[in-house]
Each structure stands twice: as structure tokens, then as C-alpha cells.
Write a new protein. Structure first.
Length: 307
């Protein structure tokens, strides 16, 4: 057995070693080819190939620039169609981003094919890379899925004032992967779609009307009926206070340590919410004392006992 293994090894070694005569013959053949090259033919072939490559590059560049113009034209047509049909702005931004990405990928494939690269291999490579990138960026794909869910369920739209993930602001746009909001102090915040689609969303502007609520504290001994009548009179003098879905009401909420707390409720249009809220706070403070209603402050009576 050992002898057979040694003989096989010797035969393989002989195959690897090329005799000097064979090496000399191959070297001579190579030298002969080099010395008999037709330089004119070689130069002509090189120039021809270079011209063809330059033509393909020029065509690819032309396709690229024309493709970019075509994509912008398609986007403009989509915008006009959205405006005519009054498509929701949230859906507009999402569809524009999606269509633009798809068209860009198609244009890149056409440019690559024009350059002579096998697109089937390129697509296979792109798919493999996409799988690897998709596994690495699984969170990003979840954000894309979250954006689709938001557009289907529509818990909010562009222009709504929402609170989610501890942030509050007006929705500026709903993108492929995140929602952009503008806060009241003019900050821009991007919230991942996956996070916002799976969390509690407080939409303040989805309804046309909202109920305002105030707590007005009056002193013990003040006439509750007088305070109620004056508060209702103040509310009734503002046209923005609505009678539907309910009339303004005033009732005693609590008998606190230093005051009688009245709860005041009234309905207004959502767009007037804060203006009416702040204005009524000021009017209550200025006008209630004119009818004998006082605003107490915390106080403590201390009784001294002398032995």
C-alpha cells in the first residue's frame, strides 16, 4: 500500500514538472507572435473598440439624463393628478417617494445594460445584495411597512397636530421610513414609522370641534349662582363658543381647602381652541371681581393658646 502511494506521488510530480524542451518551444512561439504582430491592424482594432466604448458611454449618459428628466415629468404629472382628485397630502408624499425610487432603479438597470453589462447577473447580484442589506436593515424595512400601515389606517394626515413617542407637533410629511413633524417652537422631528404605527397616537385636530375646560376657584362665602351666571354671560358673548354638541356648563367640582372650585366647559371649533382658552382665562380674571367674586389664595389660620 505504501509503495502504491509513493508511485502515485511520483507520477503527479512528473506531471507538474514541464520539460525544458517544451518550455523553450512555448517561449519561441510567443516571441514569434510578438515579432509578427500587425501594428496597423492592432491599432485599428484598439481605436475601433475605444470608439465603440465611448459611443456606449455617451448613449448611457444620454439615457441617464433623459431618464432623470422623464422621472421629474412623471412626478409633475402625478402631482397634477393628485391636486385634481384632491388626494390626501400624506398619500401624495408617500407615493411620490415610492414611484421615484422604482423609476430610478429601472433607469439604472437600462443604463447598465447599455454599457454591455449582463443585467441578469446584475439583477441576481442586486437581489443577493438586497437580501443581505435587508437582513442588516430589518428595522428600516419595518419602518417602510409601518408607513404603509399608516397610509392604510390613516390615524393622522399632513397638517394634523399629534402627540406620539413623547413628541408633539404638526405633521409635515409621511415619508417611506419616517414621519416628519414641526413642533410649536419650530423644531423638526423625525419619528420612525414603525415606532409611531405601533404606539399610542393622540390626534388633536382630526375632529372639527373640541371641548374646552377651565377650573375657576372662588372664595368661600361668594355666591355660586352669581359666579355661574357671569361665567355663562362671558362665554355667550364670544361667537366662537358653540351651542352644539352641548351648551356651556358651570358646576361645582370640589370644596377645596381654601376655595370652591368651579369647572367650566364649552365647545369650540378645533382651530379656535387655544385662542378662546387663553382669552377666557383673562376675561374671568378681569370681569368676575366686578360682580363680587373673589379669587382666594392658600391660607392657614393659626390659633395661639395661652396657658
Amino acid at each position: 500500500m505504501k509503495f502504491l502511494l509513493q508511485s502515485d506521488a511520483a507520477e503527479n510530480l512528473d506531471k507538474l514538472i514541464v520539460p525544458d524542451s517544451v518550455q523553450k518551444a512555448k517561449f519561441a512561439e510567443t516571441v514569434h507572435r510578438l515579432t509578427n504582430i500587425d501594428l496597423e491592424t492592432l491599432l485599428s482594432n484598439v481605436v475601433s473598440e475605444a470608439c465603440w466604448v465611448l459611443i456606449k458611454i455617451a448613449i448611457a449618459l444620454l439615457i441617464y439624463f433623459v431618464g432623470r428628466w422623464f422621472i421629474r415629468w412623471i412626478i409633475r404629472i402625478m402631482d397634477r393628478a393628485f391636486e385634481r382628485r384632491k388626494v390626501d397630502r400624506s398619500l401624495q408624499t408617500f407615493l411620490r417617494s415610492l414611484v421615484k425610487v422604482i423609476l430610478m432603479i429601472g433607469m439604472i438597470l437600462i443604463v447598465v445594460q447599455t454599457l454591455g453589462i449582463n443585467t441578469s447577473s446584475f439583477v441576481a447580484l442586486f437581489a443577493s445584495a438586497g437580501l443581505a442589506i435587508g437582513m442588516a436593515l430589518s428595522g428600516t424595512l419595518q419602518n417602510f411597512a409601518g408607513g404603509v400601515i399608516l397610509l392604510l389606517l390613516r390615524p393622522y394626515k399632513v397638517g394634523d397636530y399629534i402627540t406620539s413617542q413623547g413628541q408633539s407637533g404638526f405633521v409635515a410629511s409621511i415619508g417611506l421610513f419616517s414621519t416628519k413633524i414641526h413642533t410649536s417652537d419650530n423644531r423638526t422631528i423625525y419619528i420612525p414609522n414603525n415606532a409611531i404605527s405601533s404606539s399610542i397616537i393622540d390626534n388633536y385636530t382630526q375632529s372639527e370641534t373640541r371641548r374646552l375646560s377651565w377650573t375657576v376657584s372662588i372664595s368661600y362665602g361668594d355666591d355660586v349662582d352669581v359666579a355661574r351666571a357671569e361665567i355663562l354671560k362671558i362665554l355667550g358673548s364670544d361667537e366662537r363658543v358653540k351651542s352644539e354638541p352641548a351648551l356651556p356648563v358651570v358646576y361645582v367640582e370640589a370644596l377645596a381647602d381654601s376655595s370652591v372650585n368651579l369647572t367650566v366647559r364649552a365647545w369650540v371649533d378645533t382651530v379656535n381652541y387655544w385662542e378662546v382658552f387663553f382669552l377666557m382665562n383673562e376675561r374671568f380674571y378681569k370681569e368676575l371681581p366686578k360682580v363680587g367674586i373673589n379669587f382666594p389664595f392658600p391660607q392657614m389660620d393659626v390659633h395661639m393658646k395661652k396657658d
